[in-house]
Design a protein around this ligand. Structure first.
Ligand code: 5GP
Ligand code: MN
Length: 341
């Protein structure tokens, strides 16, 4: 659903005079969520709006190099200040998610605010809470969409080196460094333009990928030891218990990308990682696939989640062992889909 000319005209009118604006990424924000919100934030600041990025909670350290990252407020630790800003907002941008249950406790205040809501997102099956929706599942990333959004407003020239770095980082992380099928020639053209505008691609790759701690490498070793393969379903999965996470001093973001090792196995088209979260009493699940097998549909049907065709997340309220047993027991009903790929 690209934006209509009328939508753009209306948004342009709204942004014509300084506004109080809140920008929101999803809970447990990733590179695309933080890159897109900061990119849009920096653009809006340049136009003299009073903007604030409010993240539902904290994010991994490997995202904390981004320009103006320290301006981001966190709803779970700065609730009063955030509620005030949300109440007063003329405009609320929601980025990189499409259902208010993706922002946890922030869902209610955002829903109750009289601020005009603008969604920019590339996930499947959007809810309809926003007045203006730029929702396009064919897009590689929300960052690519923010670039398009600024372009549609006629302001491409305002995309400076800082904005470029944020947007490049999100495109890079959401495309698995330009390898996932969602990457198009246009994605590359935009990435190229962002480099021309000052994004330092090599530095950004280093900041995001080459910040492994020794603990994280040991945790990866543990995850790979736990890797199981179910060849008859072309499926592989990894488990990590809370004890294992504790043993290697787990920090937010440490398990990012682990599930891709399972998917990289020869002849595997469906991969999962099950991570125990004792604090919230859930098992957090990440799902990945190759080809047409939709992990978005799979997660919606069985694990209260969703996402994209080839990358989705979800959760389970059962313990780790039961969750894995349930997962395995579901697979036979997908045998044809998994075989026919
Ligand atoms: P990840 O496995 O990396 O956490 O998430 C993969 C993709 O699925 C991301 O695009 C993410 O936004 C989405 N996603 C992750 N968890 C959930 C969830 O619980 N619900 C929905 N609807 N999407 C999710
Ligand atoms: Mn995204």
């Amino acid at each position: 659903m690209p934006m209509t000319k009328d939508d753009i005209k209306n948004i342009k009118l709204l942004l014509d005079s300084p506004k109080q604006i809140v920008i929101v990424p999803h809970k447990n924000p990733d590179g695309d969520a933080i890159g897109s919100t900061l990119g849009l934030y920096l653009y809006l600041l340049k136009q003299n709006h009073k903007a604030t990025v409010i993240a539902p909670n904290d994010y991994p350290n490997f995202l904390k190099w981004m320009p103006k990252e320290s301006d981001i407020l966190k709803y779970d630790s700065q609730k009063n200040e955030c509620d005030d800003l949300i109440n007063k907002a003329d405009l609320i941008f929601t980025l990189d998610f499409n259902a208010l249950n993706r922002i946890g406790d922030m869902g209610a205040p955002i829903n109750n605010s009289s601020g005009i809501k603008i969604m920019i997102d590339h996930h499947q099956q959007p809810d309809s809470y926003a007045t203006y929706m730029y929702s396009d599942v064919s897009m590689s990333s929300t960052c690519e969409m923010v670039y398009n959004f600024i372009d549609m407003l006629g302001d491409k020239d305002l995309i400076d080196a800082d904005i470029s770095s944020c947007l490049y980082a999100g495109i890079m992380t959401d495309t698995g460094s330009f390898r996932f099928p969602s990457t198009t020639s246009n994605t590359h053209r935009i990435a190229g333009d962002l480099i021309d505008r000052g994004a330092s691609h090599s530095e950004i790759h280093n900041q995001i990928s080459d910040t492994n701690s020794y603990d994280r490498m040991q945790l990866l070793g543990c995850a790979l030891t736990n890797l199981k393969v179910l060849p008859e379903f072309r499926t592989a999965y990894i488990t990590l218990s809370q004890n294992e996470l504790n043993k290697f001093n787990f920090k937010k973001g440490d398990t990012e990308g682990f599930v891709n090792y399972a998917l990289s196995l020869n002849n595997i088209i469906f991969a999962a990682i099950f991570i125990e979260d004792s604090q919230n009493n859930i098992i957090k699940i990440s799902l990945r696939s190759k080809g047409d097998f939709s992990v978005n549909e799979f997660s919606r049907a069985h694990f209260e989640g969703g996402g994209h065709t080839n990358a989705a997340g979800g959760k389970s309220n059962f313990d780790l062992k039961t969750t894995v047993e349930n997962f395995i027991s579901i697979l036979p009903s997908y045998k044809n889909a998994l075989k026919n790929e």
